[in-house]
Write a protein that binds this ligand. Sequence first.
Ligand code: C5P
Length: 309
Amino acid sequence: MTTDRHAGASVTVRVPAKVNLQLGVGPKRADGYHELATVFHAVSLFDDVRARQVKPGAGISLTISGEDASELPLDETNLAWRAVLLLADHAGHPADVELHLQKGIPVAGGMAGGSADAAGALLACESLWQLGIARAELMELAAQLGSDVPFALHGGTAIGTGRGERLLSALSRGAFEWVFALADKGLSTPDVYAECDRLRGEKRVSAPVVPPEIMQALRAGDAVALGAALSNDLQSAAISLRPVLAQVLEVGAEYGALGAIVSGSGPTCAFLAADEEQALDIAVGLTSAGVCRTVKRATGAVPGARIVA
Ligand code: C5P
């Protein structure tokens, strides 16, 4: 926690983006969600969430900075705001805080940027208000906010089941080099799941599983095997809604990516590189092909949400 002369105490939490190394989507459940078997992997694109103490009764205020800041709501429809309300209600603490989000994770990009902000808001306010809430309890609150929020707290590499909120840490060796191609416009996660259902039609969908190849590749720290094992059941739905993504994936593969997939519900595309040099080749190739808005490099896996100031 830090304090300065002009304002109250503040806590800043840094939260990573995620890519799903594998995303198995099962049948739609009665509650409208899909049963998942997925491997989450936290990568070094970050949002910073700062919570600052304000006068009692001042309520919640929210500001956002960063590339896509203007696209995001600054009211209770923002998931970070809802996280503050949920935590305050749960702990019986007044919901008074000034929240600031510094965005480094693409908005509506399939990398759980909104979930990262919610996880950051939970952890920052829990610390600022000195609530002493246990980790497991915070994870439960996170799951109430969204399927990807618990993983933003967890970080590293983890298997996700249920709707993605039930986590099991995965053994992984070494660090992997990634390149991400960011799109001009986001995709809505519910729209992509609905398109997946539409494409499947009446086909029988079996329960999703995490293939053993991917866990072996992670345990061995084998980037070549991991690249070959990457898969995403939402990919054809994302491409159906945004056909240019097929071309983005092709360009990355042409420049030698070990694996190329749509990240989560997209439209960000993720490319696994053998090393830093190849990551640079892929990034330059994607940029010169002009198939995406911008390119970002990152490494994984990195830790989940943590207090940095
Ligand atoms: O949990 P979250 O609010 O992030 O989910 C956003 C939307 O994504 C849901 O409303 C649902 O349409 C879809 N979804 C799904 N199955 C999941 C996770 C998300 O259908 N396991």
